[in-house]
Design a protein around this ligand. Structure first.
Ligand code: NAG
Ligand code: NAG
Ligand code: NAG
Ligand code: NAG
Ligand code: NAG
Ligand code: NAG
Length: 374
């Protein structure tokens, strides 16, 4: 701003006062115009008898003008009376935080997938299932595909474009960073698009949230999935039916993780640019969290993650083009990686259910030798 102030040729010092007079004069004229505008619109409103609606419009116009006016006034106010303007902006910030605090969600669930017709039922099931947790769980879809955008938006999900690599695959960390910026929640989770959950997702997370683990420490919750072949729309229609069909499923290996629930302080910005849907990132995320002494929890025993196995089978991440993208990226960054330290069975805690009270419990795990060195 300084270079705009007129200079005194003798002293080479700025002469703010005279300059402010001009600005204040301009502002006064501006205020008069605003006043006249409002006066006219209110008179007009009375005449047209659509008072409340028009008042709203006028009020929002006024707010808009007010905020612009504030911006204009700031340089002057900062000089004349710093404390006034500061109190004002603190007030605004406090109110905003309060609104966010009230609407803090339990979980933001997000995923992405492409249009493959043979997977239509599976995807439709997921879209319906993630919608059935009510307001506490927000489903978000990452895509820049016009058709998917429209279809999924109609299902009531939010849709955001992803940040992709040169090979056109979404980068995991930017998905987390985007949703963490956009939504206020206790937990955020990337989940593969063919996973169905039940009520115990809510139970497990509510329990962990109220447990006495240190919530200021980063937390990663993972678990094994249960594979069920060709899940129908009927079988996926309710939590009860999903639980029922899971009984004929099979628990998948501890090498696979299909969901990554992290809390609101998880340092995703420090994560390498691994991509989804290609092998190695899941085990690396777990071993990295262990190495950095984050809280790691295996929720397999209390959280059903039902994987809808379709014709392409259980090893999809390995059959894609550029299947080694993550492994190559990570091997450039780290000399030796012991992927066996990144199994879901290597976490420091597990969740279980108390057999008598049926309540969720958190137990410290005796981590096996196979999970070392990290
Ligand atoms: C600045 O504002 C404070 C608080 O509103 C007031 O007490 C003080 O007198 C003002 N100072 C000037 C120079 O206007
Ligand atoms: C997709 O989901 C809707 C419910 O939103 C359901 O009515 C429809 O039958 C489903 N379609 C298929 C093919 O599963
Ligand atoms: C999730 O659990 C909490 C506490 O146990 C409960 O108040 C809430 O209604 C549950 N939400 C859903 C969608 O079941
Ligand atoms: C919780 O973690 C934070 C961040 O690491 C630490 O500053 C704080 O002392 C911890 N609190 C307790 C009770 O251990
Ligand atoms: C749940 O599955 C049963 C069959 O096991 C079926 O009769 C019922 O209609 C399903 N529920 C819904 C809401 O589709
Ligand atoms: C399970 O819950 C019951 C009743 O709340 C309690 O007495 C018991 O100690 C719990 N068991 C374990 C292993 O914590």
């Amino acid at each position: 701003m300084k270079h705009l102030l007129p200079l005194d040729v003798n002293t080479c010092k700025v002469q703010p006062r005279r300059f402010y007079h001009y600005r204040i004069l301009v502002l006064c004229m501006f205020c008069t115009i605003v006043y006249a505008y409002l006066y006219i619109s209110i008179t007009y409103i009375y005449r047209t008898k659509t008072i409340s609606m028009k008042m709203d419009n006028t009020l929002s116009d006024l707010k808009y003008l007010q905020s612009n006016l504030k911006k204009l006034l700031r340089p002057i106010n900062t000089k004349l009376n710093r404390s006034t303007i500061n109190t004002d902006s603190y007030e605004i910030v406090r109110k905003k935080t309060k609104i966010d605090g009230n609407s803090k969600q339990l979980l933001v669930l997000f995923t992405t997938f492409t249009t493959k017709s043979e997977k239509y039922v599976c995807r439709n099931n997921t879209l319906n299932n993630w919608n059935s947790f009510g307001t506490g769980v927000k489903p978000v879809f990452f895509s820049d595909d016009q058709h998917l955008y429209k279809e999924i938006k109609e299902k009531g999900w939010d849709v955001i474009p992803p940040t992709k690599t040169a090979i056109g695959v979404p980068i995991l960390k930017y998905m987390y960073l985007k949703v963490m910026k956009k939504y206020s929640a206790h937990f955020y989770a990337y989940v593969n698009g063919d996973i169905l959950f039940t009520q115990n997702l809510n139970d497990t997370l509510q329990f962990i949230l109220n447990s006495n683990v240190n919530h200021s420490e980063p937390m990663l919750i993972v678990g094994q999935r249960t594979n069920v072949k060709e899940v129908t729309a009927e079988q996926a229609s309710t939590f009860e039916n999903i639980t029922k069909v899971s009984k004929k499923g099979k628990l998948f290996t501890t090498w696979g993780a299909d969901y990554f629930i992290t809390n609101d302080v998880y340092p995703w910005k420090d994560c390498p640019e691994v991509v989804i849907g290609r092998r190695a990132y899941d085990n690396w995320l777990i071993l990295n969290a262990r190495k950095r002494k984050h809280t790691t929890i295996d929720a397999t025993k209390t959280l059903l993650a039902l994987h809808q196995t379709t014709k392409s089978g259980n090893k999809e991440g390995h059959t894609h083009l550029n299947g080694n993208f993550n492994a190559q990226l990570l091997s450039k960054l780290y000399k030796r990686i012991n992927y066996a330290a990144g199994l879901t069975s290597c976490t420091s805690y597990i969740t279980t259910r108390n057999e008598t009270s049926k309540e969720v419990q958190l137990l410290q795990r005796k981590i096996g030798k196979a999970c070392f060195p990290i």
